[in-house]
Design a protein around this ligand. Structure first.
Ligand code: F6R
Length: 242
């Protein structure tokens, strides 16, 4: 496991983006695994900058996102598809058909999960996967649990997550607060050839420590990354602590 410690969250984003830029320069038709959330926003800002300055092209790349809420359309500002369009896809030369986010509006969710997993395999697998972690150690929507889920699957969100999400929805949209999500499984993530985990902020200090010190257990999903043969963890000082 490589650990890179940067001064700030912005610097951590730049470091992670540099790894992705290296991947795309080395293999222009790379398959990239992407994530959403505040941690990865600086990563996308730097990738956009590299693209705009002419250092990088996404023309031949294919992307697969980790997860998506069930019941939210691509146009809903809380959907992960919307996040990706806004934070990356609309600002670079990626071909829209080559960007994949699980379809939370699919009528058959089990079929959507199986098709998503099959599409990743058909693309040759993920070359480099970007990851963030929740304060409880979750990766994608793989929450602490008794088992490591293998493939892309449907998860029920915990009541506390549903309650927390309510603030992002207007009264008119109250019935849209997601109860379920589609997520790559731990197996899907572990099959990526390279993993880049970005952890920033003081509120992630405890989970960083737990990750580095804990045994491998599905109660701390991030702990499984220690079994991967090519993982880079990018921290900022706030997350790294002493
Ligand atoms: C989102 C995802 C999540 C986030 C995690 C951290 O696609 O996979 O695991 O990476 O919840 O979120 P932030 O970065 O907002 O703290």
């Amino acid at each position: 496991m490589n650990i890179i410690t940067c001064k700030t969250a912005q610097d951590a984003g730049i470091a992670a983006a540099t790894l992705f830029a290296g991947q795309v320069i080395q293999k222009p038709n790379a398959v990239l695994g992407l994530a959403t959330g505040g941690t990865v926003e600086p990563v996308y800002e730097e990738l956009i900058r590299l693209y705009k300055e002419g250092f990088l092209s996404f023309e031949e790349t294919t992307t697969f996102n980790l997860d998506e809420y069930v019941g939210l359309s691509a146009e809903h500002d809380q959907s992960y598809r919307y996040f990706m369009q806004n934070k990356l896809f609309d600002h670079v030369d990626i071909v829209s058909e080559n960007t994949h986010v699980p379809n939370g509006m699919a009528s058959d969710l089990a079929l959507e999960c199986a098709s998503y997993e099959a599409a990743i395999n058909a693309a040759g697998g993920i070359d480099m996967q970007l990851l963030g972690v929740g304060p409880n150690g979750h990766i994608a929507f793989n929450e602490p649990s008794d088992v490591f889920e293998n493939d892309t699957n449907v998860v029920s969100l915990t009541q506390s997550t549903i309650e927390a999400n309510k603030r992002f929805f207007s009264n008119a949209d109250a019935n849209l607060v997601p109860r379920q999500a589609l997520t790559m499984g731990i197996g899907t993530i572990m099959r990526a050839k390279k993993l880049v985990m970005v952890i920033t902020g003081e509120n992630k200090r405890e989970v960083t420590k737990a990750f580095l010190e804990s045994a491998i257990t599905p109660q701390l999903p991030i702990s499984v990354l220690k079994l991967h043969q090519n993982v880079t963890v990018v921290l900022d000082k706030a997350a790294a602590g002493k």
